[in-house]
Design a binder for this molecule. Sequence first.
Ligand code: RNT
Ligand code: ZN
Length: 410
Amino acid sequence: MSRYEEAKKQYASFGVDCEQALQKLATVPISIHCWQGDDVIGFDGSDSLSGGIQTTGDYPGRARTPDELMADLDKAFSLIPGKKKLNLHASYAIAEPGEHIDRDTIEPKHFKKWVEFAKAHGVGLDFNPTFFAHPMVKNNLTLSSPDKSVRSFWIEHGKRCLAIAEYFAEETGESCVMNIWIPDGMKDIPGDRMAPRRRFMESLDEILSVPFDRSKVYVTLESKVFGIGLEAYTVGSAEFALSYAAGRKITPLMDNGHYHPTELVSDKISSLLLFHEKIALHITRPMRWDSDHVVLFDDETREIAREIVRADALSRVFLATDYFDASINRISAWITGVRNVQKALLFALLQPNETLRSLQDQNDMTALMVWQEELKTAPFGDVWMEYLTRQGVPGAYLEEVRAYEKTLCR
Ligand code: RNT
Ligand code: ZN
């Protein structure tokens, strides 16, 4: 009997159907962030990152051009199983030679090459306006700035991004998630917390006042608790983002690096699902701060996946990765992190959720603990390997990544 057949039998003894889990997993799209490949620099003129976020490390091989980034993504995609989307930032616009574009002049045509890439790989596209790493971020503020010309610049950017998101949806035939995150905040104690938040609210209202097809473009709003140099106050706080999303019927986005270190996004998912048709996640790994380490197959990643699966909400949660590590091979970082999200989902799909629920309802917390612990050492790895085989990707990817790395002249 193969290892998978043996594992299947063991899972069946818990009342779990491995075949069903494997089939389901293959349908769940993960939106892969393009920015792991170039340390969040993009191609629209910036040469460093700002906005309270930071990449650390000096591992060689950062993609410096669209061609390099596409080649790297192509390699990473070939080693990642399952359904994928590509998540782009506006700063990855591609200008014609000699053409000057800025955030307030970008158009769908500047993303034509990305659409071609997506079509060639059979993936959908998600999008993000880029409200950071730009001279029009004034005093760490964008959409919440007291300066009308600053706000107008970024409102124009937001509106243009909606058009690009719509273009992506039309071209790829898949809906496009457009996520808004602004870095706006203050290093030290503000004299007025309300006014910037009011301006942010009004700026968002203005962006969303342009007509767009809400069945094709899902606008999400990402909150944050603090950034580097923005420790005292963040305009787009959790309460702001959740209230705005509920009030304006858009989708809230939780990044699990954006909360106090003892807060867990896994615990927040069920509450949001009760009040929102869709929710969105940025899956990352905060280490002591919003450090955006590569996602591991760790307790919280598994718990996030379990919460989604047992709420039967895989079709209601937009899953995206968001981390950036410049200290290790960037392609390996992509593959490792995205595979770990998928592993966590498979782990969650291999839980006897009905049984666990009824043990809880009967207040048999003893059995609940024992079952959950036993399941941790069930032959999960054999089911995962079976998934990779069926998807036509190898289990071990390090050698292939190393061989690719050797071909690069960067
Ligand atoms: C920043 C947010 C945001 C960014 C990307 C690049 O703290 O997490 O999502 O990481 O937009
Ligand atoms: Zn994020």
